[in-house]
Design a protein around this ligand. Structure first.
Ligand code: SF4
Ligand code: SF4
Length: 106
């Protein structure tokens, strides 16, 4: 593999988001190490988690929250910390993936 050496002023600036709205096309859920698992029995649909989620990953109506949108949830855990009813548990993503795989394989 070869690399083209460029003078410093021709190297593009890194670690920037050049255009607004890019999060719609960049599905950030693949960054997640922990997954918020919702206990529906404990959830009162108070929607506090939705207010705090920095990624707008919790679909809601005015009366109800639904399953987290895992295509965008980064697993920051803010929703689990803010939930006043302990209805969310942060679980290692790898555990969830292994369980799904075991279920698929029977
Ligand atoms: S903050 Fe907790 S109880 Fe309230 S909607 Fe979210 S998960 Fe349910
Ligand atoms: S873990 Fe973070 S990104 Fe995911 S739903 Fe909760 S608050 Fe939103």
């Amino acid at each position: 593999m070869s690399y083209e050496l460029k003078p410093w002023h021709e190297i593009p600036v890194g670690s920037i988001v050049p255009e607004a709205g890019s999060s719609k096309v960049n599905k950030t859920g693949s960054w997640r190490m922990l997954r918020p698992v919702l206990n529906y029995d404990k959830c009162t649909h108070c929607l506090i988690c939705w207010i705090f989620c920095p990624d707008d990953s919790i679909p809601v109506t005015s009366k109800e929250r639904f399953e987290t949108d895992f295509e965008y949830c980064k697993g920051c855990g803010i929703c689990a910390v803010e939930c006043p009813y302990n209805a969310l548990e942060m679980v290692p993503e790898m555990e969830v993936k292994l369980k799904e795989l075991e279920e698929q394989l029977g």
